[in-house]
Design a protein around this ligand. Structure first.
Ligand SMILES: Nc1ncnc2c1ncn2[C@@H]1O[C@H](COP(=O)(O)OP(=O)(O)OP(=O)(O)O)[C@@H](O)[C@H]1O
Length: 551
């Protein structure tokens, strides 16, 4: 390479917006671009004297993409979190000379600034439209608003003033952004959320509300679809409450047979019934003494059982089966359901008086598709759990993030976790990329036309080998998956949209398809637990659906 070529290359690297890393086959850093220093929190000289093994071990590179490329010999792209807290998307390419991997060139782009700019842009746009609205109302502009209006509509002669004002407004925005970040950090610390990932404003509001009501003894009713986190938040409510040192007793109302409800919940005296034994047993309500009793799937309780539960709630007393003495019920009641209890009351399937008793503090947890901001943190947390559990360190390729963010996750967080586990297990290497989970991508649920479909809602971009949405035709159903419990065959990713019957409503059509799915799964899978796992819903929901739909 001539001196001129070298200088041209150096100028390109030194002045490029992206940051470059060049690493030799042993992982020794050969060169970095000057901008990399700020992103990785070390000087260029320090970085050039280091080895990527050390940089990864000390947390400067989380993870080192160059190491992955040295291991796999393949081009990779992934998200990195740097030691200075910046999020970058890194791309690394192996360089082969005569078939031998000689070095890795990686290029990273700092997304933190882009995100900041997007936020600034949104705020500026908002200001601009506010300004237009004020103007169109013909109102007088006040001092500050006048300035805002001026830069937004400045003509050529006012450009210097407009630029200064723009710079000032940017500084203000940065300051606001910083204090919002600090406030969020303070809130997190105050909330002590433990394992719970709560990023979306709506979930932060809910968490704050729950923390506020935790010290009271008020009954909380958790509402929301299956898998949204009702149990997880009930548990957190208990941890925040003054009963945190007491037990948290979780009861799945859908899983207790009606005939056993009383003995399970209230307990029994010695000899109360055949087989009761001679020592008696404390019921679940007694076991919850000093703590929290969490009744999940409360909508599943039969009417007769609802009456017995209501009596305990009203009287605050428990009587064991076969006993004459009563004991004080000392627990905080938290209940949950994914059903529309008000509708069940109207249909005569749920007691109105019990409904009022439990509907003291209703808290609705929105489905994951309505708070997609929570998805990245949930994925990161579960991935790190899986890595810990299996003693490996698999990573998610950056190309998968937007795909996973787009999914509707009809089974909510449970489905997301199950999917991730399957992806983790299916990926042959330490990088989970769209190639290694190609068939699995079809098994994510999405809110497509039939609302139940397992086709992945990609665009028609086939270039990445996964974005195919065409339906099967009757003439070509050779790609159709054989069964619902198996992922679709490679290359076949969409299901045909079933037609509604001539007089069938949408609701009836959906129920018919759901029943058909369940029938097929019940025939193929060994247990309701296996069906629940496959369908991404809870096991009691499966039992209830099988009972209702297959009648
Ligand atoms: N905010 C969260 N952060 C981290 N994990 C969560 C969060 N919310 C829920 N999860 C996890 O998602 C999974 C499903 O949550 P959970 O069992 O609480 O849902 P649910 O609404 O009670 O479901 P069901 O109605 O089917 O009983 C669990 O593994 C839980 O730990």
């Amino acid at each position: 390479m001539s001196e001129l070529d070298r200088q041209i290359l150096k100028t390109i690297i030194d002045t490029a917006h992206d940051h470059y890393f060049v690493v030799n086959a042993d992982g020794q850093v050969m060169d970095v671009s000057p901008g990399a220093a700020a992103v990785y929190g070390m000087t260029r000289e320090e970085l050039c004297a280091a080895n990527v093994h050390e940089l990864e071990a000390s947390g400067v590179l989380k993870p080192s993409i160059s190491l992955e490329v040295l291991r796999t010999g393949r081009t990779l792209q992934m998200m990195q979190l740097t030691a200075t807290g910046r999020r970058v998307v890194a791309q690394a390419h192996p360089v082969f000379v005569a078939g031998k991997l000689e070095c890795v060139v990686s290029r990273s782009m700092d997304l933190t600034d882009i995100q900041l700019l997007q936020q600034e842009y949104a705020v500026l746009q908002q200001r601009f439209s506010d300004h237009l609205r004020r103007n169109s109302r013909g109102g007088e502009l006040s001092g500050v608003s006048q300035a805002e209006g001026d830069w937004a509509t400045a003509g050529a002669g006012q450009s210097v003033q407009a630029t200064e004002q723009y710079a000032q407004s940017q500084a203000e925005l940065r300051q606001r952004e910083q204090s919002a970040r600090e406030q969020a950090e303070c809130e997190d610390a105050a909330l002590e959320l433990g394992e719970l990932q709560v990023r979306s404003p709506v979930m932060r509001e809910i968490a704050l509300l729950l923390k506020r009501v935790a010290p009271t003894n008020a009954t909380v009713l958790m509402l929301g679809e299956s898998g949204v986190g009702k149990t997880a938040f009930a548990h957190q409510l208990h941890r925040w409450s003054q009963r945190a040192d007491g037990p948290f007793i979780e009861v799945n109302c859908g899983a207790i047979p009606e005939s056993l409800f009383e003995s399970e919940m209230f307990g029994y005296q010695a000899g109360a019934f055949t087989g009761a034994g001679n020592r008696g047993k404390a019921g679940l309500m007694e076991q919850a003494e000093g703590g929290t009793l969490f009744l999940d799937e409360i909508g599943e309780l039969p009417l007769a059982t609802q009456t017995k539960l209501l009596k305990v709630i009203q009287d605050g007393m428990i009587t064991r089966l076969g006993d004459t003495t009563t004991r004080r019920a000392d627990f905080r009641l938290v209940v949950a359901t994914n059903q529309d209890l008000a509708a069940r009351v109207e249909q005569g399937q749920f007691r109105l008086d019990l409904y009022y008793r439990i509907n003291v503090l209703p808290v609705s947890l929105p489905p994951l598709r309505e708070r997609r901001e929570d998805i990245p943190a949930l994925i990161e947390q579960h991935l790190s759990r899986l890595n810990q559990r299996h003693g490996r360190r698999k990573l998610l390729d950056a190309s998968l993030w937007p795909i996973l963010m787009r999914q509707d996750w009809l089974g909510n967080i449970r489905e997301l976790e199950n999917w991730l586990e399957r992806a983790w297990l299916s990926a042959p290497s330490d990088v989970i990329d769209s190639d290694s989970v190609k068939t699995l991508l079809n098994t994510c649920s999405t809110n497509n036309a039939n609302g139940l479909g397992n086709s992945f809602g990609f665009s028609n971009d086939k270039s990445n080998g996964i974005g195919v949405t065409e339906s099967f035709t009757t003439a070509d159903n050779s790609h159709r998956p054989n069964s619902l419990s198996e992922p679709a065959a490679e290359g076949a990713v969409a299901m045909p949209i079933p037609k509604l019957g001539p007089n069938e409503t949408l609701k009836e059509g959906l129920a018919r398809i759901e029943a058909q799915w369940l029938r097929e799964m019940a025939a193929e899978l060994p247990s309701t637990y296996a069906i629940a796992k496959r369908a991404g819903i809870s096991q009691p929901s499966v039992v209830r659906k099988l009972k209702n739909k297959l009648r």
